[in-house]
Design a binder for this molecule. Structure first.
Ligand code: MN
Length: 211
């Protein structure tokens, strides 16, 4: 993903709101993008409007170095900046669904090496996503030692703030699935496996290896 600068704008979706049916419904996509993401963008811009020094930094650099953010806007930047970064990442990380949706290339090999098999990874990731308590995300990241690992994140905290390089994520806030699945988070997760954009995840992984 190219770095993102103030003044932040609502990222256009690369597919129609209805394109992820039947796995993710049109109404959820519309509310998630036009409602939730738009609010994060607006609130992030508002938090930064009187901070010209910070406006010169990319969103990624702010999230990587949260200690440089003045105390009075730190929470707002972490919550809303995380909300923008995480949603942009998540929405680029999915695409119209297909059966038998598997990774290929170097990421596929790395997953097999690290987790034993794709099925083992899928089970571990699904259980990890079910275990995220309250609102948050589950991320597949590359850590500083070059290992793949699962990173459960609360609310809008970003893996960038922990020194991790993000590859794959699922949004586990209820707004991501409640209209279609209500309390059945497992059904949402099962559907999400069909819409993962593995080409995007592969690209993320390759960028992580270049860092
Ligand atoms: Mn969300």
């Amino acid at each position: 993903m190219p770095e993102n600068y103030y003044k932040f704008e609502l990222m256009p979706l690369k597919y129609d709101y209805s394109a992820l049916e039947p796995y993710i419904d049109t109404k959820t996509m519309r509310v998630h993008h036009d409602g939730h993401l738009k609010t994060y963008v607006d609130n992030l811009n508002k938090a930064l409007e009187n901070y010209p020094g910070l406006q010169k930094l990319s969103l990624e650099d702010m999230l990587k170095n949260t200690s440089i953010i003045p105390q009075e806007i730190k929470t707002a930047v972490i919550n809303n900046g995380g909300g923008v970064y995480n949603h942009n990442f998540f929405l680029n990380n999915i695409r119209p669904g297909r059966e038998n949706n598997y990774p290929a290339g170097t990421l596929s090999s790395a997953i097999e090496k690290q987790f034993g098999s794709f099925e083992d990874f899928k089970n571990k990731f699904t259980n990890g996503a079910l275990a995220v308590f309250g609102s948050g995300y589950l991320w597949l990241v590359r850590n500083r030692n070059g290992k793949l690992m699962l990173f459960p994140a609360s609310n809008q905290e970003s893996p960038l703030s922990y020194g991790y390089c993000p590859i794959l994520t699922i949004d586990l806030w209820e707004h991501a699935y409640y209209l279609k699945h209500q309390n059945l988070r497992r059904d949402y997760i099962n559907n999400w496996w069909n819409v993962i954009n593995w080409a995007n995840a592969e690209e993320n992984f390759i960028n992580c290896m270049r860092r």
